[in-house]
Design a protein around this ligand. Sequence first.
Ligand SMILES: [Zn+2]
Length: 131
Amino acid sequence: MKQKFQNFMSGRYGVDDFSKALLYATLALCLVSLFTRNRMLNLLLTAGLVFIYYRMFSKNYSRRYQENLWYLRQKDKVMHFFRRQNSLAQQRKTHRIYTCPQCRQKIRIPKGHGKVQITCPQCKTAFIKRS
Ligand SMILES: [Zn+2]
């Protein structure tokens, strides 16, 4: 039995990060559908499962690989956004972040120095703010 399955799967794409993400999304939809009984949701679930199996059993390696790369790029963009927001939240504990009124450059000033004159490093515009 195991040998038959291995023969069946040889040359097929199998599971990658995109498949796993689709599977988690489908499982989440499955949980939602338990409480809603929405026909469109069930249709979406079925389509998701069919697509996951289609990708797993596909023999078009390059196409599936490109899809996975696309997914990883999108995931990286999202993760970058959240890492940046987390970093800004950490910096706000010790710094104030102002935007230059002239060129919109973000300027980071350490907290606790009272009113200070800030000179934009990019356009040299000076403005006064509390630090
Ligand atoms: Zn500026």
